[in-house]
Ligand binder design. Structure first.
Ligand code: FES
Length: 598
């Protein structure tokens, strides 16, 4: 197993860090800490800042002149995947104290994928605002982001990027593999059970029994869904210590890496190693390559674009295809493959994949421990070739996300070929249209719905503005009549997203979205649609003249939101090919607080 022992050396060995990072930046003196603008002041102001620390029972010397480390905690009982984060925060605190820092834990908004309605994605940008402003407004020199469930990772990183102080991420870790009647199961099985339940093959009672079998431990979804994809993204970008992505939440080594991260952030503050030092175009390309290699979620695209937009790296939708689409599949993990995150960790985890992809990656990209991603993983081994492949014997030759264009998606749409049916990659069929999610729910199980296996399901008004919030509904169920006839996959097209745990021949993130007047809004039942993934095209075989005629009578749906955050979101959210961030949140404001009321 890739050794934590070596990681401990790396976090303590300032010589290694000095060689790589400090030649660029001088070590920060304690006087230069931004927290000194609070705690280092003389007179009334300093008195107030310090006194209200002491009312928590903290002695003067506990924080005098020390780097103040914020522990940004997304703990919430409403975010079950992150419900163990108070324990992780304690481990981080231990590490911070050991390294001579002063830890202060603070909460930010948390987004639980399973409970939040209408969709957690609606609030990703709001959570990022909370994170950004909480970091900037407080006396913090460095931050540890505790993130797990899908949106909590991109939201906290987006917010932190807009401040850009030393930051390290600790992920919550996946659940242990589910065990159901002698079989290994995870979230991807929910989709299969659901279809079996619709066909009456498993009872409602059995469905309920399966719930506890699948979710049998703390942690986030146990497959390579969006949460695991985000954790791998974090490690690929160099924002966490090695091995962070896959250690199960219930494994004691999750606490170990939390403690080590607490130690490391204190040194990062002294080195002034900020997010913008780590996040370059090359590190984003590394993340794209590794996401393809592990068969990561399509949600990766919209989140990585949003993070790049905050830190100021010019990343486009085309980069995902250009850099990632020819990358081989190196991990045999659900939903693209067979195994679970727990298995992945025992097989060597992401460091083993990184080692195999050494020649594909920008191996010199720096990471939070001051070493390069290549050096961090130079000795990583594969312990199970069923789960992690050798570079010369991958599970699939090309695994990355494909970006298609055409008159149905002038700004692009995406598909994950490794989770799709190969025979449907080139396909022509009739559109079977659902005007919105309610229309879909009303019709999909209706025995009178006329549908053929070659039809193409089209779902409108589930984009960022249209739903609003771009929910994970793109992997529509096959109409019940066809399901009963044995059809398991069809081409599906929408401006929405798809759960990272889902699979199928699903075109997602159509841009411009239908609610913004994209041609998707003009598709009618029976229109012919032509899909050609090898040639990267997705076209509606309807003339421009007919589309122009249809547009004259098109009116956007009135969603009835006229106040509050959601009204602002609909007004200012960008299209998905740009990351679906709010326009005014792009970029960063830095860490300086220019006005001071004291
Ligand atoms: Fe939280 Fe899947 S529901 S990661």
């Amino acid at each position: 197993m890739f050794s934590f022992g070596r990681e401990i050396d790396a976090t303590k060995n300032s010589h290694i860090v000095d060689n790589i990072v400090i030649k660029k930046k001088k070590q920060k003196s304690m006087k230069e800490l931004r927290s000194q603008n609070w705690f280092g002041r003389k007179g009334k102001d300093g008195f107030i800042y310090r006194a209200w620390m002491k009312n928590q029972g903290i002695p003067d010397d506990a924080f005098r002149g020390k780097p103040v480390i914020g522990i940004c905690n997304t703990w919430s009982e409403l975010t079950p995947c992150n419900a163990h984060f108070r324990e992780l925060a304690e481990s981080v605190k231990r590490g911070v104290l050991e390294a001579g820092g002063f830890p202060l834990e603070f909460p930010v908004m948390s987004l639980g994928e399973t409970l939040i309605k209408p969709t957690a994605m609606l609030y990703r940008n709001l959570m990022s605002m909370d994170t950004e402003e909480s970091i900037r407004a407080n006396p913090l020199d460095g931050v540890v982001l505790l993130a797990g469930c899908d949106k909590t990772t991109p939201a906290t990183i987006m917010g932190a990027c807009s401040v850009d102080i030393p930051t390290i991420v600790v992920s919550g870790g996946p659940m242990l593999t589910g065990k159901y009647r002698g079989k290994d199961v995870g979230t991807s099985d929910v989709w299969r059970w659901n279809e079996q339940n619709r066909l009456g093959e498993i009872s409602d009672e059995e469905f309920r029994f399966a719930e506890g079998c699948m979710a049998r431990s703390r942690g986030h979804c146990a497959v390579m869904g969006t949460a695991s994809t985000m954790a791998c993204m974090v490690e690929s970008l160099g924002l966490s210590l090695p091995e962070n992505a896959a250690i199960p939440a219930a494994d004691s080594r999750r606490k170990v890496i939390s403690q080590l991260s607490g130690r490391r952030i204190v040194d990062m503050v002294k080195e002034d190693l900020c997010l913008s030092d780590i996040l370059t175009k090359e590190t984003f390309e590394n993340a794209i390559i590794l996401n393809a290699a592990i068969g990561g979620s399509t949600n990766f695209v919209v989140h990585l674009l949003a993070i790049a937009g905050r830190i100021g790296v010019d990343l486009t939708l085309d980069d995902f295809d250009r850099v990632g689409s020819q990358i081989p599949l190196m991990a045999n993990l659900q939903p693209s493959g067979k195994y679970f995150m727990e298995d992945f960790y025992y097989a060597g985890g992401l460091p083993a994949v990184i080692k195999q992809m050494d020649k594909d990656l920008h191996r010199d990209a720096i990471t939070v421990n001051g070493k390069s991603i290549g050096d961090n993983c130079a000795n990583a081994e594969i312990y199970n070739n069923e789960i992690i492949a050798q570079r010369d014997a991958p599970y699939q030759e090309a695994s990355g996300i494909a970006v298609v264009y055409g008159n149905l998606c002038q700004n692009g749409a995406i598909i994950k070929p490794s989770a799709a049916t190969a025979e449907l990659m080139v396909h022509t069929g009739k559109a079977l249209v659902f005007e919105n999610i309610e229309d879909y729910h009303a019709k999909i199980n209706d025995p009178s719905l006329e549908a053929e296996a070659t039809d193409i399901l089209v779902l409108k008004n589930v984009g960022p503005k249209g739903y609003p919030g771009m929910p994970e509904v793109g992997n529509m169920s096959v109409p019940k009549t066809l399901l009963e006839a044995g059809v398991t996959d069809m081409v599906r097209i929408s401006d929405g997203r798809m759960s990272g745990t889902a699979f199928g021949t699903v075109f997602l993130h159509v841009s411009p979205e239908s609610a913004a007047g994209g041609n998707l809004a003009l598709v009618q039942n029976g229109d012919i649609i032509e899909v050609d993934v090898p040639n990267r095209s997705l076209n509606l075989k309807v003339s421009d003249e007919v589309l122009a005629e249809r547009r004259k009578s098109w009116v956007p749906e009135d969603l009835g939101y006229d106040r509050g955050y959601v009204e602002m979101y609909i007004r200012d959210v960008e299209e998905s090919h740009l990351g679906a961030d709010l326009k005014f949140l792009k970029g960063k404001s830095g860490s300086e607080v220019t006005r001071d009321s004291h």
